[in-house]
Design a protein around this ligand. Structure first.
Ligand SMILES: N[C@@H](CCC(=O)N[C@@H](CS)C(=O)NCC(=O)O)C(=O)O
Length: 213
């Protein structure tokens, strides 16, 4: 039996399918060849039903034997420590990987998520668009000069950055060819396809259960 358990919701509406953050952990395990199981908490009542595991009522969270952790970035870092395929073992390669993982979360996603919420809120003007455009332009300048963010090869930093950037509205916001080919390069990886298909299949199977009940 697998020691690694990735927790996600039992079901989500169509909109977020393919983007629920358990995908980051599935994808990392697929890249690293780590065996894992997927278990669920109910989507309905999520605000209160699993606060012991995730204090914000969200997913994913990860169990590795006796160890439990929430936050996709922290769980991804934990997985990256298990496999050289996700994070180099030399100090410089590890530092660069961690640095870009935090940048994906704290410099890009911390802008892109609120920007996205304002976009879909129907507000006349999105006051975060200037900030969002600036961050994406700065990243575009980085990606013009390199294929991968850290260590000259694919790492968990690319997995996380590409997952943040591949959100359709983010991807369509402006014309940034280096970023676009980076997202395509990273998400063309077979491990992404496997993880993505597995998440879609997981939620599709849950539809059948819901309509039967
Ligand atoms: N910072 C958290 C964010 C987790 C998050 O936003 N999870 C979403 C699914 S991708 C969720 O559980 N949404 C349900 C909710 O917030 O009620 C992480 O990276 O793990």
């Amino acid at each position: 039996m697998s020691e690694l358990v990735i927790w996600t919701f039992d079901w989500v509406p169509l909109g977020p399918r393919g983007f629920v953050r358990d995908l980051r952990l599935r994808w990392a395990c697929e890249e690293a060849g780590l065996a894992y199981a997927v278990r669920t908490v109910p989507f309905d009542g999520r605000e209160t039903n699993h606060l012991m595991q995730q204090p914000f009522g969200q997913v994913p969270f990860l169990r590795d034997g006796d160890l439990e952790m929430f936050e996709s970035g922290a769980a991804l870092l934990h997985l990256a420590r298990k496999s050289e395929r996700l994070m180099p073992r030399d100090a410089a390669g590890e530092a660069a990987t961690v640095q870009w993982m935090i940048a994906a979360l704290n410099s890009i996603e911390m802008v892109s998520v609120p920007w996205w919420f304002l976009e879909i809120s129907g507000a006349k003007e999105n006051h975060l668009s200037g900030w969002m455009g600036k961050r994406l332009d700065q990243l575009e300048a980085v990606l013009r000069g390199r294929e991968w963010l850290a260590a000259g090869r694919f790492t968990a930093a690319d997995l996380l950055m590409a997952d943040v950037l591949r959100v359709p509205k983010v991807r369509a916001f402006g014309d940034r060819p280096a970023s676009e080919s980076y997202i395509a390069r990273v998400t063309e990886r077979p491990a992404f396809a496997t993880a993505h298909a597995a998440q879609l299949a997981h939620f599709a199977a849950a539809d059948a259960g819901r309509s039967a009940s």
